[in-house]
Each structure stands twice: as C-alpha cells, then as structure tokens.
Write a protein that binds this ligand. Structure first.
Ligand SMILES: Cc1cc2nc3c(=O)[nH]c(=O)nc-3n(C[C@H](O)[C@H](O)[C@H](O)COP(=O)(O)O)c2cc1C
Length: 163
C-alpha cells in the first residue's frame, strides 16, 4: 500500500485542493481546541495563518480565553473540515510562541502548533472511508492506515467520489 510518509506533504496536497474548491469559502478556517490548567476544554473557529514542516500557525490575542489557556496549558488540537470534499484533518500538538514575535497593532501574537499526531479522514461513499493516523516517534513520523478502501493509494485517489 502506498502512503505518504510525511503528514505535512499530505496536508499540503489536501489544503491546495480545498483552496481550489469553489464550494469552500475559507479553506483556512479551523477549529482550535484548548483546555484550562485543570482540564476544562473549550474550542472556537480560528484562521490558519501558515504552515510548514515546523507546524501550523495562527494569530491570537494573548489576553483571550484561548491565549490564557495556552499560557497555562500549551497543548492544542486543530480540526479542519472541508465538507464538499468530505475530508477532515485533526492535528494535536504542543504550542509555542513564534520566536521574535512582535505584537501586531491589534495586540495579537503568533502561535505555532507543533504537531505530535495528525489524522486524515475522507469519506468515499456512504459506506466507506479512508483514515490514516500519523504520530511522531523518536523524531520520525510513523503512520498507520486505520481503514482504507482505496488500497492502492488510500488518501489521494478519489475514484469513488464524483467531483
Ligand atoms: C470561520 C471563523 C474564523 C474565525 N477566525 C478567528 C481568528 O482568526 N481570530 C480570532 O480572534 N477570532 C476568530 N473567530 C472568532 C472566534 O471563534 C470567537 O471570537 C471566539 O469567541 C473566541 O474565543 P476565545 O476567546 O475563547 O479564543 C473566527 C470565527 C469564525 C466563525
């Protein structure tokens, strides 16, 4: 079975397809989940600023609930949902402030989610879906295909979905 070894490459492929899809207005919209020092979760929509092999960045007011929670508990989970493509990506990781970060005029600062786990899911039809789970182990990305109907190339081939 062919799988892409690196979740950033697969993210990039899917993100480009989401940006090119007329039915998706904000391909960069993502749900950001944080939790308080004592484990109370909260989430909200946020815009992805950029991504590369080091992580996924977004701007936030450090005085907001998310900013306060990230200061107390620097872990976050992101969820991208591109309904017309029947795709979802979940990212979990540690959050760091970007180096030499200067506050913007509106008081926001740039945060980077450095992923430890990334899950890609796509629905093929009402009965089948593909799912692949990546986790960082000893600085190397391992992946596990949890379920895949497109055995040749589980997350790229969309032969069962009409455009
Ligand atoms: C599609 C979408 C994108 C959003 N992007 C942002 C964003 O990038 N930054 C932001 O501060 N609020 C954004 N919001 C609004 C926040 O979700 C909302 O203000 C939330 O209450 C902030 O919660 P917090 O204080 O717990 O972080 C967005 C909302 C939507 C629906």
């Amino acid at each position: 079975m062919t799988t892409i070894q690196d979740p950033f490459k697969l993210f990039s492929l899917w993100y480009e397809e989401a940006k090119a899809d007329d039915k998706i207005n904000d391909a960069n919209a993502m749900n950001l989940a944080t939790s308080s020092w004592n484990g109370v979760p909260s989430n909200r929509m946020t815009l992805l600023d950029s991504f590369n092999n080091e992580g996924f960045t977004f701007y936030s007011d450090p005085q907001s609930r998310r900013g306060e929670e990230l200061s107390d508990n620097p872990r976050a989970s992101l969820c991208f949902s591109w309904d017309s493509l029947k795709r979802q990506i979940r990212v979990e990781g540690n959050v760091v402030l970007v180096d030499n970060n200067k506050e913007t005029p509106n008081g926001s600062v740039l945060y980077n989610v450095v992923p430890t786990n990334v899950e890609f899911w796509q629905q093929n039809d009402s009965e089948s879906y593909d799912k692949i789970f990546y986790r960082l182990e000893n600085s190397k990305w391992e992946n596990e295909v949890v379920d895949a109907q497109n055995a040749e190339n589980p997350l790229i081939g969309r032969s069962k979905i009409s455009a």
